[in-house]
Design a protein around this ligand. Sequence first.
Ligand code: AP5
Length: 202
Amino acid sequence: MAPDALNPVLRPLTPFMRIVFLGPPGSGKGTQAERLQDYLHVAHLSTGEALRRAVTANTALGREADRFMKLGHLVPDDVVFGVVAERIVDKDCIPGCLFDGFPRTVPQAEAFDRLLIERRTPLDLVIALDATEPVLTERLLSRGRPDDKPDTIRERFRQYAEQTEPLLDYYRERGILRQIGAEGTPDEVFERIRATLGRVTS
Ligand code: AP5
């Protein structure tokens, strides 16, 4: 596939928006995706949240995912992809969807591309958030989710560097990556995202 086959042109800002949030643990993907969801009125799919719900509900998928999540490892691609493929066909996802924490491996991104091409719903934009590790670690330690323990956080950063960072080049080559500094208050970061959307669509 030609690098820009998915997205020859960044389309004008319309309700028909598909945006991926990339970024290391604690960079604010969830926080900012929720704000952007309210702003754009599109659906929000967090694979982390979907997996945590499955863990709480003690479904077969949840039990499988839990084995990986509690160690700070990524859940296998086919398991996560099943969650996304099921959700993306929901009525509220048709006009647009914010993908928070997915894809996060190259095989996930390739499978996602195939699915989006099949559905004729290209990605509009990939927003990559970033901040320094000490800032991110402090945020996670003060949140205190079960996977926010020091050893697990370190492993999550390791997994990010190894498996997810290559996606920056993957989407840069497609011309749809925008990198945004994630330090500062949530309001400041959101303003940067809004300004970026404005530049992309003007
Ligand atoms: P997931 O829930 O996606 O975890 P993560 O990527 O590690 O990200 P976090 O939720 O920790 O951080 P975030 O960037 O969303 O930041 P947030 O807004 O929450 O995934 C959990 C696990 O599920 C993974 O480890 C993996 O096992 C599995 N998984 C999920 N998706 C997968 C996939 N595609 N493939 C395979 N496995 C997958 O903010 C963090 C904290 O900081 C909050 O307390 C927030 O209030 C605070 N905060 C946010 N912004 C700011 C700010 N600007 N200033 C101060 N505090 C801030």
